[in-house]
Design a protein around this ligand. Structure first.
Ligand code: SAH
Length: 251
């Protein structure tokens, strides 16, 4: 999986490429993160990548020419048959809010081009004439798209085979599974008067699974009841939820 990031601040991406799970995935060649400086594609000697907005108003706007040229250069490195399947994503608070469905869609692609806006934003022609996706990471506004791009890269990389250890099934995680995950405990069994549940130390796998499923359902009902409407639930899940007062989502 190749991530091509177009940014005014390529050094920022060292935060993810040099540490922890994503850093190791880069090192092992499972993913690559190429952060390209948009300024390389400016044509004047000052390297002007942004300009005042037509119509007046505060804040600089990222110019279209260097961004289009940077995307052309990124695509030129991708084989023709893969090019059509490569999303060109603009980070933007106006976009589709990143969710599991979009993460799965990107993870299935051979690579993703991600454009990081900055300042007041980008020239509208980048939105209308260049990108295939506009992606937000939530309903708030960041100063630039770099952190948003890193969030996208991190979330998508977890679904690239072997990036996350095989002992951890990423499909069992909260949200991805459709529910919130059960609570996790490790040693010590008793800590500051708080004990880890006896059942988890019982060695009885059927009981442990039952406890975990019930905790997961209970927690989802309490914190994210909206998820229950689309979660894959068995009859026994439904019966358990009903015993907790769930109305089956009918409102
Ligand atoms: N004036 C713009 C916001 C610009 S914020 C507007 O009102 O729509 C500057 C840049 O930060 C954006 O171009 C985008 O790349 C990034 N950004 C800000 N908030 C974001 C969010 N919630 N998700 C993804 N990217 C965001």
């Amino acid at each position: 999986m190749r991530f091509h990031v177009l940014t005014l601040f390529p050094e920022a991406f060292r935060i993810i490429t040099e540490y922890s799970i994503i850093g190791r995935a880069v090192e092992r060649g499972l993913i690559s993160v190429e952060a390209t400086d948009i300024r390389q594609f400016t044509t004047d000697r000052h390297g002007t990548a942004d300009d005042y907005q037509f119509g007046g108003g505060p804040g600089m706007v990222m110019k279209p020419e260097p961004v289009f040229a940077a995307v052309d250069a990124a695509l030129a490195n991708i084989q023709t048959e893969e090019r059509e399947r490569t999303p060109i994503a603009l980070t933007s608070p106006q976009g589709h809010v990143l969710n599991q469905q979009l993460v799965d869609e990107f993870a299935a692609a051979p690579g993703v081009v991600i454009i990081c806006g900055h300042y007041a934003g980008v020239d509208e022609r980048i939105r209308t004439g260049l990108i295939t996706h506009e992606v937000s990471i939530g309903d708030y506004v960041l100063t630039g798209g770099e952190l948003a791009a890193m969030v996208i890269i991190d979330a998508v990389s977890r679904f690239v085979p072997d990036v996350v250890g095989s002992e951890e099934n990423v499909r069992d995680d909260s949200i991805t599974s459709g529910l919130l995950q059960h609570p996790l405990y490790t040693r010590p069994a008793a800590f500051r008067g708080m004990a880890a549940p006896e059942v988890l130390r019982s060695g009885n796998h059927a009981e442990i699974e039952r406890w975990r499923r019930r905790q997961s359902l209970e927690r989802t009902l309490k914190l994210r009841p909206d998820l229950l409407a689309t979660a894959a639930l068995t009859n026994s899940d439904r019966a358990y939820l009903a015993s907790l007062g769930w109305d089956g989502g009918d409102v």
